[in-house]
Design a protein around this ligand. Structure first.
Ligand code: ATP
Ligand code: MG
Length: 394
C-alpha cells in the first residue's frame, strides 16, 4: 500500500477537483453563433494507410468573438481552419456558418476570408491594387471602392503606402496589407493561420495589439491559429486547446490557466507542479491526519480501489516558501530541501526536493525575505491554499 502523497514529513494535501473537459459549454442562440462545428472529422491518405488528423471535433464560436485554436505542431489546427474555409472537405460531421449549413458550400461562396502565414500578396501589384482585388471581383463601383480601400489602409496604418509594391515593404508592413486585403470585403468571419509567426518579437507584440483593436472596431469574428500560448492568451476571448487531432478543452485564458482539465493542458499553458498522491485503504484506520487520502476518496467516490493514483497540481506562483522559521504554519504543506535558486529579475525561482524524484518549483518575489534567505541545501517548507490545488489524472 502506497501513500506517496503523505510520506513526506509535514505533508497534508488539500485539493479541489478539476473541471470537466470543455469547462465552459457556451450556448449561443441560433443566430449568435458565427461558426459551429459538429462532430467534424478528417483523415488523409498516407503511405501507411489513412490517418485521422481531426477527430470528432465540435465547437461553437460566437459572433464577434476572438477565438483561438492552440496546440503543438501537427495537432490539426490548419486542417480545421481549412475545413471552415471550405478549402478542405470534411469526411464526417457538419459546419454551420452564420446559422446555415455550409458543409457542402464551396469556399468562394462562404462569407469567410483567410489570412495565411506567408501573406501571399500579388508582387506585381501596388498596395492599392492588392487591397482592391476582392472588391473588384465583387464589381464594387469605383468611388465606393476607393473609399473602402482607403478606410482599410487607414485601419492598419498603411495609408501612406498606396503606390508601393510588396517588395518595398517590411515583413510587418506586408502583413498589415494582407490584413487590409482580407477585411476590405467585410467577411463575417476572418480565419488567421499563424499570421504573425514570421515577425520578430517586438513587431509581433505590436501587431497583436493592432489585430485586437481591428477585431474590436470592426466587430468581426476572428478564428486565430497559433501554437504560442502567450499569443493566444494575450489576444483571445476564448481558446480551444487541441492535442493530436482532438479538442481537449475550451475556455477563457483564465479558465485554462487556473482550471486546466488535463495534464497536457496544464503544462501547455504554463508551468506546473505535480504532487503525486495515492488513495490509502481505510483512511480512518491508517492515518487520521491523512488529508490527501481523505480528499482523494471524497473526490473519487467511496468505492475507488485502494492505491488509486492521482496527482495534485499547483502553479509555481501559488506556492509559498518558508525558510528558517517554521512555527505557526497551517494548511497544506510539504517539507523539503532547496536544490536550486535562480534569479530572473522581478522573480526568483526556487526548486525544493520534497521526496525522491519529486521537486517543486516555487516562484517568489525577488524582494521577499524568502527569496533572499533561500539557500541551496537549506531546509524549507512549501505551503499553499487548498483552493489553489487541483486534482488531476483521476
Ligand atoms: N494534405 C495533406 N495530406 C496528408 N497529410 C496531411 C495533409 N495536411 C496535413 N496533413 C497531416 O495532418 C496533420 C495535421 O496537420 P495540420 O497542418 O493541420 O497541423 P497544425 O496543427 O496546423 O501544425 P503546425 O503548427 O505545424 O502548422 C499532420 O500530421 C500533417 O502531416
Ligand atoms: Mg498549421
Amino acid at each position: 500500500m502506497s501513500s506517496r502523497a503523505t510520506n513526506a514529513a509535514d505533508s497534508s494535501v488539500a485539493v479541489t477537483s478539476a473541471p470537466d473537459v470543455l469547462s465552459t459549454p457556451r450556448e449561443f442562440g441560433e443566430h449568435a453563433a458565427a461558426v459551429v462545428l459538429v462532430n467534424v472529422s478528417k483523415s488523409f491518405r498516407g503511405p501507411t494507410g489513412d490517418k485521422t488528423v481531426v477527430h470528432d471535433l465540435s465547437l461553437q464560436i460566437g459572433a464577434g468573438e476572438f477565438f483561438s485554436l492552440l496546440g503543438p505542431s501537427g495537432c490539426g489546427k490548419t486542417t480545421t481552419l481549412r475545413m471552415i474555409a471550405g478549402l478542405e472537405r470534411v469526411d464526417g460531421g457538419q459546419i454551420f456558418l452564420g446559422g446555415t449549413d455550409a458543409t457542402e458550400v464551396p469556399s468562394h461562396a462562404r462569407n469567410v476570408n483567410t489570412v495565411f502565414q506567408n501573406y501571399a500578396l500579388f508582387p506585381h501589384m501596388s498596395v492599392f491594387d492588392n487591397v482592391a482585388y476582392g472588391l473588384r471581383r465583387q464589381h464594387v463601383e469605383k468611388v465606393e471602392l476607393r473609399r473602402r480601400v482607403g478606410e482599410a489602409l487607414n485601419l492598419v496604418h498603411m495609408d501612406n503606402f498606396v503606390m508601393h509594391r510588396p517588395r518595398q515593404l517590411s515583413g510587418g508592413q506586408q502583413q498589415r496589407i494582407a490584413l487590409a486585403r482580407s477585411i476590405v470585403t467585410r467577411p463575417s468571419v476572418l480565419l488567421l493561420d499563424e499570421p504573425l509567426a514570421a515577425l520578430d518579437l517586438k513587431l509581433r507584440e505590436s501587431m497583436q495589439e493592432e489585430l485586437k483593436r481591428l477585431q474590436r472596431e470592426l466587430k468581426l469574428t476572428f478564428v486565430f491559429v497559433t501554437h504560442d500560448q502567450a499569443e493566444a492568451f494575450a489576444m483571445s476571448d476564448r481558446v480551444a486547446v487541441m492535442e493530436g487531432g482532438t479538442l481537449v478543452q475550451v475556455g477563457t485564458p483564465e479558465e485554462l490557466y487556473l482550471r486546466p482539465a488535463t495534464r497536457f493542458v496544464t503544462t501547455f499553458v504554463g508551468r506546473a507542479n505535480f504532487i503525486p498522491a495515492s488513495l490509502v485503504e481505510g483512511t480512518a484506520t491508517s492515518r487520521p491526519d491523512d488529508v490527501a487520502s481523505r480528499q482523494l476518496s471524497e473526490t473519487l467516490g467511496a468505492d475507488a480501489p485502494s492505491g488509486t493514483e492521482a496527482s495534485v497540481f499547483v502553479r509555481p506562483e501559488r506556492l509559498q516558501l518558508r525558510v528558517g522559521d517554521f512555527a505557526g504554519i497551517e494548511g497544506p504543506r510539504v517539507r523539503g530541501t532547496i536544490t536550486d535558486k535562480t534569479f530572473s529579475g522581478a522573480q526568483t525561482v526556487v526548486r525544493v526536493r520534497v521526496r525522491e524524484h519529486v521537486e517543486l518549483t516555487v516562484t517568489c518575489d525577488s524582494a521577499s525575505i524568502e527569496a533572499r534567505e533561500a539557500a541551496v541545501g537549506a531546509e524549507a517548507v512549501v505551503t499553499w491554499l487548498p483552493s489553489d490545488a487541483t486534482l488531476l489524472d483521476r
